[in-house]
Design a protein around this ligand. Structure first.
Ligand code: T4K
Length: 372
């Protein structure tokens, strides 16, 4: 048993408290607490600029943003998605009465395998809901081609992809819509929070109406919308967090680099590959564990926990293995061999800006010693 204080998979970044007080003072003065107040408006503008996107609607969390994104495009029927994600991805479909159709993932990127998508399309298919897992961009070009050829919409679950870019710019520019999460555990956090990125003002206005119960003015309601609004305290936190983002991402990059160096040469431990031309956000540090490493993934997970190192098995179990999904024909393990294999091998190591070299060395030391 470890006597050191526990190390968790993440530790939310918080700017110095004194920098937040002036924002709170302003809220206390204006009494504008929510419903599209001034900080909310400023944050939408600031995020568009920071992320390099044109239109963005803030939400109170990523899950409501996903649910609303599907409603905004009036998606029904079946949607093709990945089983290798946080359960909110598929839950957003269920909340809309849509049937998820799971297809397998690519063994390198761990994202939806475009090869498998086309075979899963039926006359009921209306959209594809891929996830940029760990912030690694999907094969957007091929997904786009498949969607165009089959007249399908594409909504990217970009919960992990804040600030990630490919050679053409923000990964959020792809698809019809992209959905972000600003949860406490994310690279950029507003405690809870999320957003939908879209390409035109009309769609943004529709999304804004949907997140406000469907009101278009004081007396008219045009759709059964939800309350998905981000509050002024959350928005103020976002405005302050943006100022710290470059340093936060640099620090994360350093931790990523320490792990890659420290774990190189450990047989049976693979760091997930870095695709070329991608600017990452270092949101997670997943490793894959397999023989000849001496311990199983679950043994390593438990042993590290005994040492006070709380890793997470994101994403095990697969979404398709949860009771509300496992009866779907597309959920069978034989249909999802790669995702099943990866879910049994993956472990996400602690990564956050304040993680120092000596702690990373301790984590790496434990992994090295348990593997021999
Ligand atoms: N799509 C994808 C692909 C997602 O990954 C997510 C969320 C969503 C959609 C939905 O977005 P949101 O509706 O959440 O905005 C966490 C998060 O709750 C969840 O946001 C995230 N994905 C998922 C991957 O991870 P848990 O249950 O693993 O979190 P929890 O509470 O165990 O936190 C992990 C560790 O972080 C803790 O051991 C300690 C530390 N922690 C956590 C919190 C919340 C803190 O130090 N402070 C904190 O406030 O789900």
């Amino acid at each position: 048993m470890s006597t050191d204080s526990p190390i968790f998979v993440t530790r939310p970044y918080l700017p110095p408290l004194e920098e937040f007080i002036p924002y709170l003072e302003q809220i206390w003065t204006t009494r504008l607490l929510t419903n599209g107040g001034p900080f909310h408006q400023q944050l939408e503008t600031a995020l568009c600029e920071y992320l390099g996107v044109e239109y963005l609607s803030l939400f109170t969390n990523g899950t409501l943003a996903l649910v609303t994104a599907l409603q905004a495009l009036r998606i029904t029927g079946e949607v093709i998605t990945t089983p290798y994600s946080f359960v909110a991805t598929a839950h957003s479909l269920m909340w809309n009465g849509i049937k998820p159709v799971f297809v397998d993932i690519d063994p390198v990127t761990l994202n939806l395998d475009p090869e498998q998508i086309e075979a899963a399309i039926t006359p009921q298919t209306r959209a594809i809901l891929p996830v940029h897992v760990y912030g690694t961009p999907c094969d957007v070009k091929r997904i786009d081609e498949i969607a165009q050829r089959n007249e399908l919409k594409v909504i990217y679950d970009a919960a992990h992809a804040f600030g990630a870019t490919d050679t053409g710019g923000s990964v959020l520019r792809h698809g019809d819509l992209s959905v972000l999460s600003f949860h406490a555990t994310k690279v950029f956090n507003t405690f809870e929070g999320g957003a939908i990125v879209c390409h035109d003002l009309q769609t943004k206005q529709h999304i804004d109406d949907l997140k406000n119960f469907g009101f278009v003015n004081e007396t008219e309601v045009v759709a059964p919308g939800i309350n998905g609004k981000m509050s002024e305290v959350q928005s103020a936190m976002g405005l302050l967090q943006i100022k710290h983002m470059p340093r936060v991402i640099d620090k994360r990059a350093q931790v990523d680099n320490w792990y890659r160096k420290g774990l190189s040469g450990v047989l049976g431990i693979d760091c997930v590959a870095i695709p070329a031309g991608i600017q990452r956000n270092f949101s997670y540090f997943p490793i894959l564990i397999q023989p000849p490493y001496a311990a199983s993934r679950d043994d390593l997970y438990l042993k590290l926990k005994e040492h006070g190192i709380h890793t997470r098995r994101y994403f095990y179990p697969l979404i398709s293995a949860f009771p509300m999904y496992r009866e779907f024909p597309s959920s069978s393990e034989s249909h999802l061999p790669i995702a099943t294999d990866i879910a049994n091998k993956v472990l996400c190591l602690p990564i956050y800006p304040e993680l120092n070299l000596s702690t990373v060395e301790r984590i790496v030391g434990c992994i090295r010693s348990l593997g021999t």
